[in-house]
Write a protein that binds this ligand. Structure first.
Ligand code: FAQ
Length: 328
């Protein structure tokens, strides 16, 4: 699939003869599986692609705290609350590793955050949907973290050293997150009829947005070919989306829930599930800022940034004092 992704995009990519000797040597290192480190020479396009993807990924982690934060004060038991708080804290940590990885490419965290706050930078479409019931917290862990793992496991082997290393730890934590989500769904599905209905409702609302997390179809994905050639992407969007469906449908069956797709069926010939068409108009509307919660999410992030100004100022003042004391 990786070879196919590179091949299909080959017409759009520059041929070897168009590359400078330095670019050719870089591509050879990538093809040989050598990790690229911050001080290595790299084409400007490679650096920009990584800054774009890693920073969007970082933004997704911190904006992704917000839908779950909605339930921190309303978790049904003390244990569930402690677990949820730990998970939300993990997401902040993932954001920090990722901003640090992006900084190794010569961008500042302040600039990246300014791009998020101005609405210029993207973050994952999934976090623009509301969390209406406790079951949504289960569905996020199960479906959203589940999808994030499928997308991120290959990133542990991507060509850029700091990103690949950050992903190893992130994936370990995401795997715990997915299990806790499934555990919530299991408890609800084994509970009262009302609780099971809540779980079904959450699945109904989160299923399609979760499939959209993997990005546009391969035919529409503008960045895939180049990212595959640079081994930033090791699998295509559609390939990972199919993996998510194949993995998740049996889990839904085990829960006794129905995936909200009348066209979903097992295809004996392909060995995969066939599934219905994704509403790409909805996906693009969310990307343009017209999802149910886009405005609220950005407003909350900007407010948090402004509220934290005094703390950042205090940290800088403290560091300056330490430096001047050491110099004296
Ligand atoms: N939402 O040509 P492609 C998580 C954009 S972390 C918004 O296919 P690419 C953990 C894309 O940026 C979730 N925008 O692009 C968690 C591009 O626009 P641009 C985040 C999207 O980069 C759980 C344009 O569409 N994970 O969930 C989306 O090759 C629970 C064309 O698309 C990552 O970021 C989307 N869904 O492939 C946290 C993983 N899809 O930039 C809290 C790393 C596409 O040219 C709670 N990222 N776009 O203006 C990736 O693997 C890739 O960037 C893709 C997109 C696969 C997301």
């Amino acid at each position: 699939m990786y070879a196919q992704l590179v091949e299909t995009g080959a017409q759009r990519l520059r041929g070897v003869d168009e590359m400078s000797a330095q670019e050719q040597a870089f591509q050879q290192r990538i093809d040989a599986g050598v990790k690229i480190e911050p001080k290595d020479w790299m084409p400007e396009g490679y650096r920009k692609t990584l800054v774009r993807q890693i920073s969007q990924h970082a933004h997704s982690e911190i904006v992704g705290q917000l839908p779950e934060g909605n339930w921190a004060t309303r978790a049904p038991t003390l244990l569930r609350k402690a677990i949820l708080l730990a998970k939300i804290q993990d997401e902040a940590g993932h954001g920090l590793y990722l901003y640090s990885a992006a900084e190794t490419l010569g961008v500042s965290r302040d600039d990246l955050l300014a791009a998020l706050h101005s609405g210029k930078a993207k973050y994952s479409s999934i976090f623009n949907y509301p969390t209406l019931s406790w079951a949504d917290i289960g569905a996020i862990g199960w479906l959203v973290d589940g999808s994030a793992i499928i997308n991120q496991i290959p990133l542990c082997r991507c060509s850029y050293g700091p990103y690949s290393r950050a992903m190893i730890r992130v994936c370990k934590e995401e795997s715990f997150h997915a299990r806790q989500g499934y555990d919530i769904m299991l408890a609800l599905c084994r509970g009262s009829a009302e609780q099971k209905a809540m779980a079904q409702d959450a699945l109904n609302r989160w299923w399609w947005p979760s499939l959209m997390m993997f990005g546009p179809s391969d035919a529409e994905s503008v960045n895939s070919a180049q990212s595959a050639a640079w081994r930033i992407k090791l699998h295509s969007n559609d390939e990972l989306r199919q993996k998510m469906v194949d993995q998740t449908v049996p889990q839904a069956e085990h829960l006794g829930l129905t995936v909200p797709d009348p066209e979903l069926r097992w295809n004996e010939a392909t060995g995969h599930y066939d599934f219905g068409a994704i509403d790409w108009a909805e996906f693009h509307a969310v990307l343009k800022g017209h999802g149910p919660c886009n405005r609220e999410r950005l407003r909350t992030r900007v407010q948090a940034w402004e509220d934290g100004q005094w703390f950042r100022d205090a940290l800088v003042a403290h560091a300056e004092k330490q430096t001047s004391r050491a110099a004296a």
